[in-house]
Design a protein around this ligand. Structure first.
Ligand SMILES: C[S@@+](CC[C@H](N)C(=O)[O-])C[C@H]1O[C@@H](n2cnc3c(N)ncnc32)[C@H](O)[C@@H]1O
Length: 322
């Protein structure tokens, strides 16, 4: 068993089955053994996955072009700040260097107070620990994690908390017997925090996800595990040695955002955002620089972003006015 697995198994032996949220917290973020805390780099070719943000410099240049449009639409304010949630390896620092850039991750950065600018994130919300639930016997019940020998297995727990029930009733269609769900309460907390600290500007969120209506496509929920670029369905195998994600519920982000005065301006695919960002000069500035070999490399990157990731990732743009 992995070291994080040993810790989780000991906790289950001691306390009984644990909430899935606790399992995900330890598996991803335990200080020593969590997936995002270990010395091994999970990103890139030798790692388990790569994100759009690593397709550099093209992704950076395109997102900077998008942010420049937003900056202009606000009248090019002085002190314009780009905050990045879940900045990871800081891949965006060169791209956002023309503004004050505040990267935030587990060990660094803090949301500034009352700033003007953009809160940017790529695959941040899908990495937050979620509550897992199943609709059984006419009510939402917790999906907990138990032990069967050395393996982690699902076990049905009590009725979910009122907060989780409220989330599931509000941001999913009426429940159906046997369906599984996830509630991302941390995502709501981050939306609220971002709305509070942003005085004037935008929240630009890129992630995998679905709307309330689209959620019917996922009767078994959306939890996924990644190892060596392959999606595994058993998310409870090898905790700490693989990534775990849950698709983002964009209806929750939009509607809770509106309550925090973050009003949706656009909700579109990553491909649409990229096409709009590159429109002004037909991608000239993104592809230029560094001779034919570099141009070919950049064209390949653009292709990966547009066709490989462009339709699976969504971009939500929310506006906060003073
Ligand atoms: C899937 S990675 C994405 C990294 C980067 N944005 C990219 O696209 O390559 C998710 C990131 O969110 C960070 N993260 C998770 N929970 C966080 C929290 N509570 N506060 C700050 N960062 C967090 C993780 O450490 C990780 O770097």
């Amino acid at each position: 068993m992995t070291p994080a697995g040993d810790l989780l198994a000991a906790e289950i032996r001691h306390n009984g089955p644990i909430p899935f949220r606790r399992f995900m917290e330890v598996a991803l973020y335990h200080l020593e053994h969590g997936y995002y805390r270990r010395p091994r780099d999970p990103f890139g070719k030798a790692g388990d996955f790569f994100t759009a943000e690593q397709v550099q410099p093209v992704f950076g240049a395109l997102m900077a072009a998008r942010v420049r449009q937003l900056w202009r639409s606000m009248g090019e304010p002085q002190g314009f700040t780009v905050v990045e949630l879940g900045a990871g390896r800081g891949e965006m620092s060169a791209a956002f260097a023309e503004w004050r850039y505040v990267p935030i991750d587990l060990d660094f950065g803090e949301l500034p107070e009352g700033f003007e600018g953009v809160v940017f994130s790529n695959e941040f919300f899908d990495a937050l620990p979620v509550e897992a639930a199943v609709f059984a016997g006419g009510e939402f019940r917790e999906r907990r994690v138990a032990l069967a020998g050395d393996a982690f297995v699902w076990s049905e727990g009590d009725k979910v908390s009122r907060e989780v029930e409220h989330y599931l009733r509000r941001w999913f269609p009426p429940p159906e017997e046997g369906r599984c769900y996830e509630a991302n309460l941390s995502a709501l907390a981050w939306i609220e925090r971002a709305g509070r600290s942003l005085h004037n500007g935008y929240l630009l969120t890129i992630d995998y996800g679905f709307t309330r209506r689209e959620s019917i496509r996922f009767p078994a929920g959306t939890l996924m595990g990644y190892r060596r670029h392959t999606a595994r369905e058993n998310v409870m195998e090898d905790p700490g040695a693989r990534d775990i994600t849950a698709h983002v519920n964009f209806s929750a982000l939009e509607e809770y955002g509106a309550e925090c005065r973050l009003v949706t301006e656009r909700f579109e695919t990553l491909a649409q955002t990229i096409l709009a960002a590159g429109e002004a000069d037909q991608f000239g500035s993104v592809l230029a620089a560094g001779g034919p070999a570099e141009e070919l490399r950049r064209r390949m990157q653009l292709k990966t972003l547009l066709f490989g990731m462009g339709e699976t990732f969504r971009v939500l743009l929310q506006r906060k006015r003073p």
